[in-house]
Design a protein around this ligand. Structure first.
Ligand code: NAD
Ligand code: UFG
Length: 371
């Protein structure tokens, strides 16, 4: 029987009606305000997660060295939620700074760790930068969490760990494949590092494997800020439409898919952010954990590159300038998630449609152009 429903039969009640006693789970129904360190919280997914955390009543402290974001995001978050979160600017690869931070912030309930380098192509050019930044940051955080008894961790992983899965939709049980880039390898190693350290240190962890996060907050006050030429599809589409880029290259139309273009599971960044809050709330209530829990975060269905372009054209009323080119080396053909585990355990489900995702990305691009 599940916790919380004792199913005790009451003599006062008509036959067949059961009195529900919530006495054993009072805590589940009382809101507990959590104090969370969000590393990388001025970045794309981090900033949306900070908004969700604050809107659910939690307290946030951000650490970010601003290597791929700006401090102005704090003001924007404040405009949305009414509260500007505290930001400390330093590099998480600096062990002493990390220890000092945890020493000064007593009463942290958990860490949501986003901070990392994430450009696949760049990681091939600068592998040691990626291993150092992504792995040393994580090691410093894990050690400091252990020392200060901050025992709840939500970690940003990626569906890149599956490579091209043998069967679709891909479940969390699918075998992990050799990483196609140093960036992908840092995610795989990070997952393993957490799995090795968590049982020794008492840390309870959730590893979230994102599929393809896109879109922006509906307020259009925060969104993705790619530096230089974007690698990812959606920013390339919106920058082409606004006139920053001449044309979008569609990388390959000869895949074994219905329209020949590659398929991904695109997920709205606000849906993704919401899953982090649920994961942290779950950890804060969990009595025991044998090993880190892993969840796929996607919508559960895939869209081709051409379908994303069509959606963008529909919501913007514009015709996008694009051309079909060769495949991009290292790209997989198709992947989408089995999300039933996140649904049943976290009680989470992505709710936004593809059109809502492309519309919010377009509104964000127009907001940027207006600044
Ligand atoms: P982002 O670059 O927008 O945000 C990362 C933030 O971390 C940035 O603000 C950056 O300044 C900060 N940062 C990086 N290294 C740091 C360090 N050493 N110390 C302090 N701050 C540091 O990236 P994002 O898209 O928000 O991604 C967040 C996380 O999600 C990353 O771990 C990324 O690998 C993972 N992820 C992203 C995607 C995606 O498509 N965006 C997909 C799968 C996984
Ligand atoms: N694409 C184009 N033209 C572009 C950019 C992308 O046709 O200019 C295509 C790609 O070939 C791919 C699809 O659009 O078929 C999506 O490409 P993205 O670069 O947006 O996303 P990826 O699936 O290649 O990779 C992203 C992140 C990775 C992460 C992975 C899974 O970049 O870091 O999602 O989360 F690991």
């Amino acid at each position: 029987m599940s916790r919380g429903f004792t199913g005790e039969k009451s003599p006062d009640w008509p036959t067949g009606v059961y009195k529900v006693s919530f006495s054993s789970v009072n805590l589940d129904f009382k809101f507990r305000r959590l104090k969370i360190l969000v590393s990388g919280g001025t970045g794309y997914i981090g900033s949306h997660t900070v908004v969700e955390l604050q809107q659910k009543g939690h307290e946030v402290v951000i650490v970010d060295n601003l290597c791929n974001s700006s401090a102005g995001v704090i003001r924007q978050i404040g405009k949305i939620t009414g509260t500007e979160p505290l930001l400390e600017v330093f590099d998480l690869t600096d062990r002493h700074r990390v220890e000092d931070f945890f020493g000064r912030h007593a009463g942290l309930d958990g860490v949501i760790h986003f901070a990392a380098f994430k450009a696949v192509g760049e990681s091939v050019q600068k592998p040691l930068d990626y291993y150092r930044n992504n792995l040393v940051s994580l090691m410093n955080i894990l050690e400091a969490m252990h020392q200060q008894r901050v025992l709840h961790l939500v970690f940003s992983s990626s569906c890149t760990v599956y490579g091209q899965p043998e069967s679709l939709p891909v479940t969390e049980e699918a075998p992990l494949q050799k990483a196609l880039s140093p960036y992908g390898n840092t995610k795989r190693i990070s997952e393993e590092m957490i799995a090795d350290y968590a049982p020794l240190s008492g840390i309870k962890a959730v590893l979230l494997r994102y599929f393809n996060p896109i879109g922006a907050h509906p307020s259009a006050l925060i969104g993705e800020l790619p530096l230089g030429e974007p690698n990812n599809l959606l920013p390339y589409i919106t920058q082409t439409a606004i006139g920053k880029r001449a044309a979008l290259s569609v990388f390959g139309a000869d895949y074994n898919t219905p329209d020949g273009t590659a398929i991904r599971d695109y997920i709205h960044v606000c849906d993704l952010a919401n899953a982090h809050v649920l994961a942290m709330e779950r950890l804060s209530k969990l009595q025991q954990q044998q090993k880190p829990e892993v969840f796929n975060l996607g919508t559960g269905h895939g869209n081709s590159v051409l379908e994303v372009i069509q959606s963008f054209e529909r919501v913007s009323g514009l015709k996008l300038n694009y051309r079909i080119t060769d495949r991009r080396p290292g790209d997989i053909e198709q992947v989408w998630a089995d999300v039933s585990l996140a649904e049943s355990v976290l009680g989470w489900k992505a709710v936004s449609s593809l059109d809502e995702m492309t519309r919010s990305a377009w509104n964000w691009e127009k907001y940027l152009a207006s600044q």
